[in-house]
Structure formats: C-alpha cells, structure tokens
Write a protein that binds this ligand. Structure first.
Ligand code: ZN
Length: 240
C-alpha cells in the first residue's frame, strides 16, 4: 500500500494538482492540515481532497478559517489571508474543514499538524521539542507538518537524530520511534520553491520525499487578483 502524504497545501490548487499528478496511482492520500490559508483557491483544494477521499487532520489555518480563536496568533499578513479565506469559502468547504479532527491514527500511524502533544500550535524545530513529543507519541511512527520544512526525527536508544531530506531522499522505517514531516505542498519554506510531499510505502516500510515544480506565476497572479497580501505571493518564488 502506497500512501501520498501531503501537508500545508494552503489553498494552492496548482501545486496540489502537480503533486497528485506526480504521485500517480497511490492507494491513499493522507493530509496533515493547513489545507487552506495564504493561497487563493480554498474551495478547489477542499473539493479535490474530498474527491480523492483524502484522510487528514485540522491545522491552525483551517481552524482560523472556520472561526476559531487561532486567527489571533497570526501576523498581519496571515491574518488578512485568514479573514479573506473565512469570508470567501463555500458552506461545503466550511463543513468539510469543521469535520477534521485535531489528531487521527490511521493504520497505526499518528497524523497531526503541529506536534503530537500540541497539534494546533507547536512547531517541532529543535531536538528538545522532538524529544519531548516522542516521549508522549502513542504510535511508533507519526507524521506532522506546520514548519513547511521536510524532516525526520528518529529516536534511537542513544539519541534523537534529525534527517533533513532533499528531493528523492528516502529512509527506511526501522524499529525506532520516528516523527516525519513531508514539507509543504503549497508554501515551502526550505529555500526550494517546488512543492514538497512524501510517499509512504507500507509494504517495504520506506518513506521517499519528492519535489515537484508547478506554475508559481499562475498562483501569484490569482493571489494578486484576489487582493491577498503581496508578500505572501512573492515568497512563493523563493520557497521561503
Ligand atoms: Zn502551514
């Protein structure tokens, strides 16, 4: 069974479609939240995930879009985009987002947006945060997003180690605890502007990261036409 794992799509339908086409014939699609926010096409992204029977969890931007207090944590640009999203999504999109849980275990794998202990808020960016989270992680393998940077933390008996995978890098799912991040489909922040995702192969117990070029100009034009903040459009060119 091959699973495409997508996170932080952020209303970027052009990037999502490029990723789905690159992933091809997978058996399942799992998403790790922040389906909406920042980008110009929230309804189209939700419709596509729904049509593909994607299973996933809620991110802080999804919570903000359906009226949650999470909007108060945002910087002015993220807040402006969240307000735009809240005001422009269809009722069916709002209902779909509202039905997402904050955490979900699928086939013994934990899915969360931020971190296992704090799914809507915490960024796992350093070893201390990874160690604390892996100490309470209820499954051997967990998938998370939120940082928009591809990564894998592995807890061996001696230490917690970080792998920062590049395009096409793969790791084997060993017998140790792992906390794995596919990077962001719709707004990468690791200096590579291409959409990022991973494929989890359950049979051979292997995870492979992928990067996919997409039509960034088109998304930026849609963002400007929608009146979304210029800096959010500009950053897509740099993957930062
Ligand atoms: Zn995000």
């Amino acid at each position: 069974m091959r699973v495409a794992v997508l996170s932080d799509i952020h209303s970027n339908i052009v990037a999502l479609d490029a990723v789905l086409s690159d992933a091809g014939d997978v058996d399942a699609i799992w998403h790790l939240g922040d389906v909406v926010g920042y980008g110009p096409q929230p309804d189209a992204v939700v419709a596509r995930l729904d049509e593909r029977d994607a299973t996933g969890v809620r991110g802080n931007h999804d919570a903000a879009a359906i009226g949650g207090p999470e909007i108060d944590w945002f910087n002015p640009e993220a807040r402006a985009a969240a307000e735009w999203t809240r005001d422009s999504i269809a009722d069916s999109t709002r209902a779909w987002l509202s039905a997402l849980p904050e955490r979900r275990v699928v086939d013994d794998v934990l899915l969360v947006h931020g971190s296992p202990r704090d799914p809507l808020r915490e960024y796992v960016t350093d070893r201390a945060a990874a160690e604390d989270n892996m100490a309470v992680q209820e499954t051997q393998h967990a998938l998370h997003g939120h940082t928009h940077v591809p990564a894998a933390w592995t807890a061996t008996p001696d230490r917690v180690a970080l792998i920062q995978p590049g395009a096409s890098d793969a790791i084997d799912l060993g017998t140790y605890l792992m906390l794995i991040n596919p990077g962001s489909v719709g707004q990468p922040r690791d200096g590579d502007a291409r959409a990022s995702y991973l494929v989890l192969d359950r049979e051979i117990r292997r995870v492979t990261w992928h990067r996919v070029a997409y039509d960034i100009d088109r998304v930026q034009a849609d963002m400007r036409a929608a009146g979304l903040p210029e800096r959010l459009a500009a950053r897509l060119s740099f993957g930062l």
